[in-house]
Ligand binder design. Sequence first.
Ligand code: IPT
Length: 869
Amino acid sequence: MSYLKRVPVPVGTLSPRPCLASDAPVLDLSGQWRFRLLPTADGPADFASAGFDDSGWEIKPVPSHFGTPAYTNANYPIPVEPPLVPDENPTGDHRVTFDLPPGWPAGDAALRFEGVDSCGRVWLNGVELGVTFGSRLPNEFAVGHLLRETGNVLAVRVHQWSPGTYLEDQDMWWWPGIFREVRLIARPAGGLDQVRVQAGFDHETGLGTLTVDGAEVVSGPDLSRPVRPWTAETPYLYDVVIRSGPETATIRVGFRTVSIEDGVLKVNGRRILFRGVNRHEFHPVTGRALSEEVMRADLELMRAHNVNAVRTSHYPPHPRFLDFCDELGFWVIDECDLETHGFEPFGWQGNPTDDPAWREALEDRARRMVLRDRHHPSVIMWSLGNEAGVGRNLGAMAAAMRALDSTRPLHYEGDRTCEHTDVNSRMYAPHDEVAQIGQSTTRPFILCEYGHAMGNGPGGLSEYQRLFETFERCQGGFIWEWIDHGIASERGFLYGGDFGEELHDGSFICDGLVFPDRTPSPGLAEYKKVIEPIRITRDGIENRYDFRSLEGFSLRWGYDGGGGGELPCPPLRPGEQAPLEVPPGSGWCTVSALDPAGHEIAWGQWQDSPSRHELPAIPDGPLERGPEVRLDVWRAPIDNDQFGGRPPKLAQLWRDAGLHRMKQRTISLDPLRVRLAPAAANFGLLATYRWEPQADGSVRLEVEVEPDGQWHVPLPRVGLRFALPASLGIAQWFGGGPGEAYPDSRQAAKMGLHRMSVDQMQTPYVFPQENGARIDVRWASLTDSGGNGLRIEGDTPFLFTARRWTTEQLDAARHTSELVPSDRIWVNVDAAQHGLGSGSCGPVALPAYVLHPKRLRIALRFVRLGNGV
Ligand code: IPT
């Protein structure tokens, strides 16, 4: 097995080519295969022979993974001695028998693997063909001479660890397998093999250009007349039929030209702004084996949230994904299958990126990606890879890419001086650094990763957006990342360590804008609002698309005091503004912009007069007394409080300070005055409670809070906590909603009257943590189905949280299944909470959102509803 001992370059494969949908016959070999798992790489290879009896093997669907998933972020889970790998090497032997369909042509055929992790040794009918390398790149073998009409036996031995492992250290599950399709494709002599299709657009003349090398154009648009250009906002595609010899294919061509002018990245002559996400391929059951439906659904969901760009972190995606990006309209940064992050702990000593012996392997990956994907209009930039350090082989990769395609700029975040690349890129740069880069950069600047969407967060997105709108060369960014990679189980979604890994990085694998089952998290709602391409304010409406006019859009307006309707949307061109003529009304006015399909793209809100929903309630009877309230400062730390980055983390400072174990001492009884402080600390909080029964039967409570002694940490929250009977499971409030919101992630909260069950108020972060707060709440009620319960009104807006477990239970839980409803509903009414930030990987909460202990007053009125509590 010498192929496990030298640099990972495929053995015996055909030269790479684009795989266009042609009229050449194709046989999809996906389906039920036979499978056995071996503990080492060197099991007997007798299974490759046609006569081998595999009837005792398990049946396994292909594409799929095998073995046990294991998660590390940057560390290699094997000893680092490139290119060697340990003896213990889970190896999956796969076998499938197939017949040729009737009429299959004689002659050449390619056996094509779209993705094998991490390498596969291949036999057909007992003849060894070679070895695949490059998990997320195609490998093809010539097999025409070996095919039989019936009873062909394909055998593939897949190793979890291979020399390729050293180049594929992406932050994701280690999970081997033939995880993309395997197909047999007839290759007629003289067919469409070395084809290059290039389509450009001249924005001054409106004319398109089309260059097709290696094939003739049979039909296509009339290029003597203007064409409709392709952009992510106007993804217009033309069918072009090309032919070479006996093979014909229809390709979907988009006319567009990417350029960098005066340090600004442009498409068709205009600056573009990335509203992007980093996308890994992931499904909670099938891992990186994705169906087309899932790929498409991801893009539809992104589009519904105003996302216009994808970085294919950190490897070329399934090829169909790019077809969908062309069709639906996305800017794509196509990233090569390269990451060597695990060399960082050694100061990058031994990094393949800088080792001449690995040059061929890196160049090979670069070439194979470009040759596979360069006909896609959605791909507007190539990325050399991710977190692979620096070194000579980057230059070789860049040169290989430019030789095959000179029409797209190159990206690599690690290339800080742009020695080999064209755009300035950073990950997780804090706001002030982005502002500083914005003032000084001479190149387009992007945040290839920002807004680490782990758990509750990220905070601070709107502040980034303002920077992208201020500096022309700051052209947006890509949230890290699209989806949580939690694996489905009865215990909730599983993450690193749940499979007994000896080295792992825990829940750091769950850092997406959507949960593993693709339910949007509050972070995605926030992002949608922050990046909305139409801005609506009391002053007017502005089109912030780069290409698209607002023709066909409509406006919907309404007052919470009643009244509403539709308004014509001015057909603004990009960058144009117009005043809005909203009829007068009372209360909060909301104006939404709907796209031609009727989906809400953007909205604005303002208050014209006090809302009728803000009036105090009339009690249904006297309240004997208010609930037993307790001053509360603790929150179950969110991921951004406790993971990633450099210690000490905020959550640790909080725990060291003892904020999760405050003790109370009564100072006086009338009014009740207490001091709350943790053991061993010389600081605390003084609180004075004044209860006042009101003539109408309601009860008022005023709490004065005042810091005492020397505080050296901010507070997680300041507010009151109390318990209500479990039967009061229906929440209603007037304030921000419907979803959760926190001080630095609150753009998506719409003022209004909201109602949902306490259970629906919970956000099921894969790793349990503080969640579910509703912001800017004027009043909240909790009732049973008969309307009996309690209403809480604030003199000033508060944060409202209700859950069926305590903060302590939330804090102790490691998986969502550990959160078991108690016989109480626990309510928090907070004057303030500490911001969310993006501290699990990136900047902590901005200074404006740090909750410093300070004097404050919480004034509430408790009102009986129905029969009360
Ligand atoms: C950055 C990686 O590029 C990305 O793959 C992911 O691991 C992310 O971090 C954390 O979730 S690298 C980091 C050192 C900034």
